[in-house]
Every structure is written in C-alpha cells, then in structure tokens.
Design a protein around this ligand. Structure first.
Ligand SMILES: [Zn+2]
Length: 41
C-alpha cells in the first residue's frame, strides 16, 4: 500500500494501491500549508 504524506504538516493525505509499501510526499490543501506556501512566495 502506498501512502501520500504532506511534506509540510506530515499529515496523511491519501492512500493508494501499490505492490510494496511506498511513501510519497506532496502538499495537502489544509489552511496551514496553503498559508505557508503563500508566505514563501
Ligand atoms: Zn499539510
């Protein structure tokens, strides 16, 4: 099983089908992460 993790707040965004255990980092749509993204521009 694969797990998609937010690299900003470390929360689990989603799970996806995979033959092995995989972790992928992405960005979620939570307020904290959206705010952090705007401040980094
Ligand atoms: Zn997040």
């Amino acid at each position: 099983m694969g797990t998609l993790i937010c690299h900003t707040c470390q929360s689990t965004i989603a799970h996806f089908e995979d033959e092995k255990v995989t972790f992928l980092y992405s960005k979620c749509e939570c307020k904290a992460c959206t705010k952090a993204d705007e401040e980094s521009k």
